[in-house]
Design a protein around this ligand. Structure first.
Ligand SMILES: [Zn+2]
Length: 96
């Protein structure tokens, strides 16, 4: 077994994708996992929740940081942040 542990979204049960956070953000380039399932209830409800708070055209996806803390990751479209997806952090970079 050489699995890095997979993160599964607590809301929809889908596998979460690793993303590399921007170096200049408060996360400083850490690898976070985000649920990119467009059918995820957490994500689908987020638009309405924020709209109810007067924040238009913004939603959020479920995110978990390297310490296992869950939180929302704001998105502005269903494609937002998907370009940040990266390969899972590997012990040895056998990148492919
Ligand atoms: Zn989900």
């Amino acid at each position: 077994m050489q699995m890095e542990k997979e993160q599964v979204c607590p809301y929809c049960g889908e596998k979460m994708d690793p993303i590399r956070t921007p170096e200049l953000s408060s996360w400083g380039g850490e690898i976070h996992y985000v649920c990119f399932n467009d059918e995820c209830t957490y994500y689908k409800n987020s638009w309405q929740v924020l709209d109810g708070q007067g924040i238009e055209r913004t939603g959020y996806r479920c995110r978990v940081d390297p310490r296992g803390v869950y939180g929302p990751m704001a998105v502005w479209s269903s494609d937002a942040l998907k370009n940040l997806k990266c390969a899972p952090p590997a012990p040895h970079a056998t990148a492919k």
